[in-house]
Design a protein around this ligand. Structure first.
Ligand SMILES: Cc1cc2nc3c(=O)[nH]c(=O)nc-3n(C[C@H](O)[C@H](O)[C@H](O)COP(=O)(O)OP(=O)(O)OC[C@H]3O[C@@H](n4cnc5c(N)ncnc54)[C@H](O)[C@@H]3O)c2cc1C
Length: 506
């Protein structure tokens, strides 16, 4: 029988995507598969990308990383959610947290329907965060991992991390090289294609070295060296839905307590991120160049930092969208080479992880059957599109009319699927997670309520409780959550005890 197995994988790029790919593939594939990675220090990496979502914990576990060591090595902190400031209207804030809201769901109906009845009857305000464990903990700057106890809000604390993506890549490089991944430093000059079918045969470096392979992973960043420049796969532009196309990024000194959440503050032509790490705070203004100049964006950013800027603002340009195919012939694009959506919900590093998980699930042989490739592309596309819709929701559901940028966002047409989701929620309070979409119904609900899409109705089953029972149940839930948060340590204390980075005083 002919042996069609993949023998050599070539990873192009050594940013977060390249080293995550190398670390995972060297861990899960048989050692007979040779993995080579080419990167160019002269070209460098994007170097921002510091906030994540809880799924990263599965990735780290698969790699066998020790969580405390990982945090200490990457100057990491913990993240319970994202606070959105000024998105709904100026002066307004809400938190989109990981995990659930309220206590246990009663019967088939989720807690928020009970909360909704209370709110619609005027007995509680519009902030469901008051009944959400992670939001209460965030506001008090508390964090801990779940202890081994049952039936408590503490038993299942959902969290992710903030970390320095450059240090993460370096950490993963050590792991990957220890498992035999061969790294080559150098600039790729040409990609050589097979004459008969246009598959990639090899990459050629400026030094003249040729690196051949069976499967090529394009982690070369926005330029898409293989997927676009060599294979001309094409790009689907989504800027009509997500008009921001630039960012200015700058780290600053931290001055206050290290918060266990990311902050996103809407500004006149976009929004500003604030990501607290152990040694500094990461900041950036994501904006649309039609509405603000680079100089004004940099000035706005610098005027809104917690502490002294530690560098000059660094400009970045992007076009929101995705490749027409993520996998084309024998090339799979991962990371920025596959597409980009702004970091509003910290999805990019997750897409790297998720694409890798799918690549492992659909791992090919040298016949590269089209049906396998098509299904991979369909699944990644689904995840990208549904996540895009979730981001668009933040811009569309705004009451802001104080700048031309927000006027555009409020009035822009949105994808049908999103329009339908918003309408269903507005009229009935119902929202469902579709298939394997990334964001859960609890996430959709929190952002819709946060952005003041307040449903006109709650689920009819809620009326099985009398008004008194409802009051008792919701007040009881809130009390339990608050008491549970009270016993938690401060986020900084937790870090200092378990995972302080060397040479940092927390
Ligand atoms: C403004 C901004 C904010 C972000 N914030 C977040 C966030 O909070 N959370 C999150 O999850 N993600 C975030 N991201 C995304 C995150 O930064 C990226 O997904 C991640 O860093 C992966 O980048 P990459 O490895 O795909 O590309 P890059 O970092 O660009 O790496 C590309 C690699 O390819 C190599 N290369 C390119 N051309 C050649 C060549 N010719 N020869 C040899 N080597 C070559 C380079 O040397 C480099 O090693 C953000 C991105 C941006 C732009």
């Amino acid at each position: 029988m002919e042996d069609h197995r993949i023998q050599t994988i070539v990873i192009v790029g050594g940013g977060t995507a390249g080293w995550m790919s190398a670390a995972l593939l060297s861990k899960v594939l048989p050692p007979t598969v040779k993995i080579r990675l080419v990167e160019s220090e002269e070209i460098g990496t994007v170097g921002v990308g510091e906030a994540t979502i809880p799924q990263i914990r599965h990735f780290n576990t698969t790699l066998g990383l020790d969580e405390d060591e990982f945090i200490a090595r990457t100057q990491g902190t913990f993240k319970l959610g994202i606070e959105f400031v000024n998105w709904t209207r100026l002066g307004h804030r809400y938190i989109h947290t990981f995990g659930t809201t309220g206590g246990r769901d009663l019967g088939l109906v989720q807690f928020y329907h009970y909360w909704l009845r209370l709110h619609l009857s005027g007995e509680t305000g519009p902030d469901i965060g008051e009944y959400t464990f992670n939001a209460i903990a965030s506001r008090k700057n508390k964090f801990m991992r779940s202890p081994n106890i049952q039936n408590s809000p503490l038993s299942n604390i959902a969290y992710a991390f903030h970390f320095d993506a450059g240090l993460y890549a370096r950490y993963l490089r050590e792991k990957a090289e220890a498992r035999g991944v061969m790294r080559t430093e150098g600039k790729i000059k040409t990609t050589l294609l097979r004459a008969d079918d246009g598959f990639i045969e090899a990459v050629e470096l400026e030094s003249g070295e040729r690196i051949a392979g069976d499967l090529f992973i394009d982690c070369s960043g926005f330029r898409g060296l293989l997927i676009e420049q060599a294979l001309h796969t094409g790009y689907e532009d989504w800027s009509r839905y997500l008009p921001c196309n630039r960012a200015m990024a700058v780290p600053c000194r931290s001055v206050d307590e290290i918060t266990p959440y990311t902050r996103s503050t809407a500004r006149s032509a976009g929004w500003q991120w604030r990501i607290p790490l152990q040694h500094r705070t990461g900041n950036g203004y994501v904006y649309c160049s039609d509405y603000i100049s680079d100089d004004e964006a940099a000035a706005t950013l610098l005027a809104n930092l917690d502490g002294e800027a530690l560098a000059e603002p660094r400009p970045l340009r992007f076009v929101t969208g995705k490749r027409r195919k993520f996998w084309n012939k024998n090339c799979v694009a991962i990371g920025l080479a596959s597409g980009f959506m702004e970091p509003l919900e910290s999805t990019s590093i997750h897409f790297i992880q998720s694409s890798l998980a799918k690549l492992v699930a659909f791992f090919p042989d040298r016949r590269f059957e089209p049906v396998r490739i098509d299904e991979y592309n369909r699944q990644v596309q689904f995840e990208f599109e549904r996540s895009r819709d979730f981001l668009v929701l933040h811009y569309k559901a705004t009451e802001r009319s104080d700048s031309p940028f927000w006027d555009y966002c409020r009035n822009m047409p949105v994808p049908d699927n999103l329009a339908q989701k918003m309408e269903l929620f507005r009229s009935s309070g119902l929202v469902f997670r579709e298939h394997e979409e990334l964001f859960t119904d609890v996430s959709w609900m929190q952002v819709m309520i946060g952005q003041n899409i307040m449903p006109k109705a709650y689920h009819p089953m809620v009326d099985t409780l009398s008004a008194d029972e409802l009051r008792q149940m919701t007040a009881g839930t809130r009390g339990v959550l608050e008491r549970a948060v009270d016993v938690m340590p401060k986020h900084m204390e937790f870090i200092a005890k378990h995972c302080r980075a060397p040479s940092v005083v927390v």
